[in-house]
Design a binder for this molecule. Sequence first.
Ligand SMILES: [Zn+2]
Length: 410
Amino acid sequence: MQDYTVLFGILLALLLGLAGGKAWERYKLQEGRWVDRRKIRQSPHFILGLNHLVSGQVDLAIEDLEKAARLDPGALELRLVLGNLYREKGQVGRAIHEHQSLLQRPRLSKLEHANIQLCLGLDYRRGGFVDRAAAAFAEVLKLDPNSEAALANLEKLQEDQHQWQEAYVTRQRLAQLAGPPDQPKSQSILAFLENEIGLQALKEGRLDDAARRFEAAIEADGTIVTAFIHLGEVRMRQGDVLAAVSTWERAIDVAPDRAYLALDRLERAYKEMQAPGRFAELCRRLIAASPREWRARLALARHLGEQGRPHDALELLLEGLEHNPHALAIHQAIWNTLSVMDLPRPLVARYIEVTRQSVFYLDPHVCVRCRYRSTELLWQCPHCHEWNTFVEERISPATDQEAEIPAAVT
Ligand SMILES: [Zn+2]
């Protein structure tokens, strides 16, 4: 995770550096100082510094870029990049000092001013100075209302503070700027923010408000499972079981792989409707549609167990285990079922045989963006703060070929 952050910082710095290099040329021409520019170009330190950056050696890069910067104390972009590198190394105070001193320079163009404020905002955010970071990004937006970087960072700050409404407005501005190619991503984020606003309303007991928000979230992104789940809960609390059930069933239709989020709720609701048979039907449908689906098997097994059918339950659980040996919940359910049946030896032996060849795994959910791991499904990654980036890692029993690699489980 740390590596990723550093690498990202390096790439960002590199891009800034390259952009800086270009701008640099122009500014020098304006001031008519050709000699200095050549001096830096002829000095090996600038290129050496970039090379170190590319190979991930931040300390060496800083060393060389500092030497290059000393050749021309006026080189604004180089000092900006250096400040960013200090920040990426965790020296936030030094980064702030570096960037603040750039603000003191006379004759800054509007764009330069905005760039410095943006870097300062990133420093503050990294250092946890939320208010100052927000003020810095607001300052950037005053200078350059179309700064996507400032808006994106402001949004993340607002999300960190759970200021969902403010984050929503910021994301709307971003969506307008980004235009069609990025619109679906913005729509999805807007839906998640809408969902969070709904959750706040739900917490405060404003059921109608909450329902409106969840519906708006679904309108913005028809695949947002969490909004369906919460909307169903509101309907339940409003005493409308039928509406709750149809909402949760829709959740399963739009995202069958996340069906398990609705299963327990549907089981209770069907019971309340005096139609428990519908639950078994639903589970069997899910299993047939996706043979690797283990949560539907687990849910159905529990359901059958409660109806006094432990043998049928155990068959389902052993099937589920073959596909998902890492799922601790299946193991627990199997032992529960076996102990209800007084531990019949042949069945215990079968369980041991199925588990014997299995590869076990913890933390089955992983963020596809930053590889952050979590035992539960999260809608926003606590590490990289992206929305809807978690997938479930599925581990099957090793095949013969894989089994030859000695213990290559990471
Ligand atoms: Zn992440």
